[in-house]
Write a protein that binds this ligand. Structure first.
Ligand code: TYD
Length: 135
């Protein structure tokens, strides 16, 4: 069973340069092939995003700018991770409930996803999620 502990921070290789750095998420940095890229921006500081799990989808979240908290729950345990560096991303495996909150002003959350958008892959009710985990 996937647990919150299986979700890890992955350092993104960067090319340091006095003119500005480049961080590159190339094949092998994350354990899936990216099929979709989207980003959250203009998020009010009191807003909460997420609030769901995915049956199969894996995601890699990067705070391109600013910071926000990610709360991961595996049905039994939870952990909170703050993302605030553009060269460190959070791998969220499938079957993990997530909430995103505490967005700083101007923050941008980039998401690399292992599949295209499929509503049927979502579990949007926490009790359904807990049942799914103990199936
Ligand atoms: P959702 O994934 O619930 O947002 P978040 O987890 O960031 O809070 O998506 C919000 C809405 O946007 C929902 O109606 C589905 C739609 N949506 C798409 O149509 N395509 C996408 O790739 C994403 C991520 C969301």
């Amino acid at each position: 069973m996937t647990t919150a502990e299986d979700c890890e921070i992955i350092e993104i290789p960067k090319i340091k340069d006095p003119r500005g750095n480049i961080a590159v998420v190339e094949k092998d940095v994350i354990p899936f092939e990216t099929k979709r890229v989207y980003y959250l921006y203009d998020v009010p500081s009191d807003a909460s995003r997420g609030g769901h799990a995915h049956k199969n989808l894996q995601q890699f979240l990067i705070a391109l700018s600013g910071s926000f908290d990610v709360i991961l729950h595996d049905g039994e345990n939870q952990k909170k991770i703050t993302l605030n560096k553009p060269n460190k991303g959070l791998l969220i495996k499938s079957e993990i409930w997530r909430e995103l909150e505490n967005f700083s002003s101007g923050s941008v959350c980039l998401v690399l996803a292992s599949d295209v958008y499929k509503e049927e892959d979502y579990i949007r009710n926490f009790n359904d999620f807990k049942l799914f985990k103990t199936r």
